[in-house]
Design a protein around this ligand. Sequence first.
Ligand code: URA
Length: 212
Amino acid sequence: MDVHVADHPLIAHKLTYLRDKRTDSPTFRRLAEELVTLLAYEATREVRVEPIEIETPVAATTGIKLANPKPIIVPILRAGLGMLDGMVKLLPSAEVGFLGMVRDEDTLEVTTYANRLPDDLTGRQVFIVDPMLATGNTLVMAVDYLAGKGARDITVVCLLAAPEGIAHLESELASTDIPVKVVVGTVDERLDEKGYIVPGLGDAGDRLYGVV
Ligand code: URA
């Protein structure tokens, strides 16, 4: 598994305000969107392209365009929705699928409660977006689910990760043939006993959408 930690002062600046408990939901949503656009730039470095012949007002030339089939962005509901607009801004022609997963706050077990995805993801580049890579349980299940539909080119985009979550995802993937790339804003210190990232930013879903 390839992990890329984005190292940019603008990302660090925006993450600091995102973490601050005084940041209200509208500002949190805006910062999350801005951060994702910056991370998406990194995450799409190997997006598939193909040549295209065009004419400028001056001469004919060969350019490049996104290849078909177009990439698919998969936000993990609910918190991943807060990252969707930022991704779509950079990849407007991508398709969007949805995967609803929830973790039990006591056992930290993850269950899938909804999905809207193509049946066949063979040959598709898939970008999973989920703000927090905490225990890694959700992403292990999401990758497994998408790989079950044939996906073999999966990039995970997260705002924050815990070292334990990265290690868990890495060890679960080690025995598979699924190459996964993780692009993350930063890696924090640790997980606490409730599975929260420390220092983290709290519950990303609640901070985006309120406690519902
Ligand atoms: N999910 C969150 O929203 N926050 C955490 O710190 C961990 C998982």
